[in-house]
Design a protein around this ligand. Structure first.
Ligand SMILES: *Cc1c(COP(=O)(O)O)cnc(C)c1O
Length: 369
């Protein structure tokens, strides 16, 4: 039996390697290494793809979150509500913007933020909410939008795991003030290195992000504001331009693979399969199940050559980095319970039925012993 990785980036790169090589050669020949036409072309193409007016390419997804918050004037003294169940970058970016992350628990069924619990976390200093579209499906945006409006706070989206996802027909960037995307290599649309983007329909906010990513300047050597060096790298834009036309095809393949797992795992009574909110069309960034004795199951799968993973084993509020927030075990029980039971199975567009059957068989074996 051959081993099966959690994600297979080599299989994906094979499909675009020629276009990437030619594009990189072209950049080298022209010697235009910062921003330039490749970045502008990608920004235009991704804006068109998402149906959002403006796309600004930045250095990473974490930077995209920080810069969209800063561009909206969020900083010191402000509280920003984020789910306790997310990749830590959502909360880190809030800290980097100078604001304070406030955590909220999630729904047991979807792992997305629980809007009722979130409502209880809104206080006098709350300035914003970041909705995280986790594992490829979008957070309940109409409910969160209503909540944000009522409380007079801004709604943002962390769309790092949701390239191409839809909710009643509309994707990330269409609901909040702005959405942050990441092109970390393993995301549904990934570069060959770091990259990110801010999507927004607000032209002024886009303009501020453009200045912030480029030393706070709109005109060379004129710096009206304090900025950063966080541009989408030109070589990464070459990669993204080659990959974007294939994103829908890849997402369709992920959807098909998720449906196959659903069938293969249907008759395993102690496996809880992922659930999709009725209004969502997810893009299956990850296929996350719940199993008893997760650590043991994970160990057995790893020994059998199955690249399963856990997203994420330690909730953000229990990370050492946020020790000073004073949280303890039991503060966000749904997130904590999920962290102990969830298991991500290998999923990538090129995964074959035979590979998935092998994953299912090894999972059944790991659970039976
Ligand atoms: C990957 C990810 C990020 C961070 O993106 P980087 O490009 O790695 O900085 C932020 N939020 C979520 C939910 C992510 O999955």
């Amino acid at each position: 039996m051959t081993s099966i990785p959690l994600v297979d980036l080599r299989a994906q790169h094979g499909q675009v390697s020629e276009r990437v090589r030619a594009g990189i050669e072209d950049v080298l020949r022209r010697g235009s290494f910062i921003l330039g036409e490749e970045v502008a072309a990608f920004e235009a193409a991704f804006a068109k793809y998402t149906g959002v007016r403006h796309c600004v390419g930045v250095g990473s997804g974490t930077d995209a979150i920080e810069l969209m918050l800063r561009a909206a004037g969020i900083g010191s003294g402000d509280e920003v509500i984020v789910p306790a169940n997310s990749f830590i970058a959502t909360a880190l970016a809030v800290v980097r913007a100078g604001a304070t992350p406030v955590f909220a628990d999630v729904e047991a069924r979807y792992y997305l933020v629980d809007s009722e619990r979130l409502a209880t976390r809104i206080g006098a200093r709350t300035r914003a909410i970041i909705a995280v579209h986790l594992f490829g499906q979008m957070a309940p945006m109409s409910t969160l939008d209503a909540l944000a409006r009522e409380a007079g706070v801004l709604l943002f989206e962390d769309a790092a795991q949701a390239h191409g996802a839809r909710q009643v027909g509309a994707g990330p960037g269409r609901f909040g003030v702005a959405a942050a995307s990441s092109f970390y290599p393993s995301k549904n649309l990934g570069a060959c290195g770091d990259g990110g983007a801010v999507l927004t329909n607000d032209g002024d906010l886009a303009q501020r992000v453009r200045a912030l990513r480029n030393y706070g300047s709109e005109r060379k050597y004129h710096h009206p504001i304090l900025g950063f060096n966080s541009r989408l790298d030109t070589m990464q834009a070459v990669v993204l331009n080659a990959k974007l036309p294939l994103l829908d095809e890849w997402n369709a393949a992920r959807r098909q693979a998720a449906a196959r797992y659903d069938r293969l795992l249907e008759r395993m009574p102690n496996v809880v399969r992922p659930a999709v909110r009725p209004e969502n069309e997810p893009v299956w960034h990850l296929y996350v199940v719940r199993v008893p004795q997760r650590d043991l199951v994970l160990e057995r799968l790893t020994a059998a050559g199955i690249g399963a993973g856990v997203h994420y084993p330690v909730p953000i509020h229990l990370q050492g980095a946020f020790r000073d927030r004073g949280h303890g075990v039991g503060d966000f029980p749904v997130t904590e319970r999920a962290a102990a039971e969830i298991l991500s199975l290998p999923l990538f567009p090129e995964i074959t039925l035979a590979q998935q059957e092998q994953v299912a068989a090894e999972l059944a074996r790991a659970l039976a012993r």
